[in-house]
Write a protein that binds this ligand. Sequence first.
Ligand code: ZN
Length: 70
Amino acid sequence: MSDGDAQCSRAGCRAPATARIDWRNPRIHSEGRTKTWVACDEHVEYLRDFLSARDFPVRVGALTPAEGSA
Ligand SMILES: [Zn+2]
């Protein structure tokens, strides 16, 4: 997996990611441990809703461009 060329985590989507979604499944993840998905503009809401519908803690933020790959 290469940094700096992140693709949307939505299945079948190859758009470049513009947002990151940090989430946690309280049933399988211990306290303080999170998973991170990345999403394009089109799918960030889809993925956030997917997780929040399951009552997972979700936090969405901007995906910062990778350093040194401009
Ligand atoms: Zn997408």
